[in-house]
Write a protein that binds this ligand. Sequence first.
Ligand SMILES: Nc1nc2c(c(=O)[nH]1)N[C@@H](CN(C=O)c1ccc(C(=O)N[C@@H](CCC(=O)O)C(=O)O)cc1)CN2
Length: 306
Amino acid sequence: MAEARRIDGKARAARIIEEVTAATSSLTAETGLQPGLAVVIVGEDPASQVYVGSKAKRAVECGFKSVKHVLDADTSEAALLDLIAELNADPDIHGILVQLPLPPQIDEGKVIQAIDADKDVDGFHLVNVGRLSTGAIDEAFVPCTPAGSMILIRDVLGDDLSGLNAVIVGRSNIVGKPMAQLLLAANATVTIAHSRTKDLPALCRNADILVAAVGRPEMIGADYVKEGAVVIDVGINRIDAPEKGNNPDGSVKTRLVGDVAFEAASQKAAAITPVPGGVGPMTIAMLMANTLVAACRAAGRTPPRF
Ligand SMILES: Nc1nc2c(c(=O)[nH]1)N[C@@H](CN(C=O)c1ccc(C(=O)N[C@@H](CCC(=O)O)C(=O)O)cc1)CN2
């Protein structure tokens, strides 16, 4: 079989950002409403700082009001909940995102449930989880990584996945479970696999669509991939790359890899997302799309579909 088509998430995300920017411009011109996104980060996790910086920058590019709240690592849960209450009540803010993970003194679940469900552009609030799992997708905010992954899958396979087997490796609330709901809504036959699944490679080899969201660098090798499958790699793992030499401080340079062994899996897949440049950029683009949708709803306008 020929080598897999490389799915360009960066280019697809750029197109979504263009669509969001154009729709924002019309919304603001017609109603005077400017979408507002508040991004909250607690602590100094370097990766989280990068993601939050990208989100705030993209929001400005889209024509949004962008507000970034940077809180100390020792911020109390009560202080964070107070900030969320303020943002919930702020009419200029249509989307609220609290960057995860949070430091250990803060109960993540409590914080997520404190966000107004109509401003929950991450799609993690129980109301949005419920909407998605009951098939009310148009009323839900869908979590950004699965929403972006689904667009990439639809680009390759079309809207109707009837008769296709999808296997998701990973059962997180943020990726695995909502991904399953989206694939199910598109008529795929869905299996969620995880660390306790028996004979994982054999199960995965049955997948026409394989979504890897395990958080283990390059775990999914060629022996997990069916000939002609579409492979979506959600993993973002930073590993040592001694072949790149050392940093000025003497530490070993690193590189980013997914959960899929890209080169090996490419020999069998029909289409595959790379890391970086696959699902990651789509996550941020879908956050912008969700924020625009939240603002359209607040303005009583029918939001665009992505
Ligand atoms: N509140 C949330 N927290 C977290 C989410 C989320 O959706 N909401 N997801 C992840 C992190 N994440 C977004 O926040 C995210 C991860 C990766 C990328 C991305 O564009 N990755 C690039 C590579 C970037 C790099 O060089 O490090 C890529 O894959 O090309 C965007 C967003 C956890 N927390």
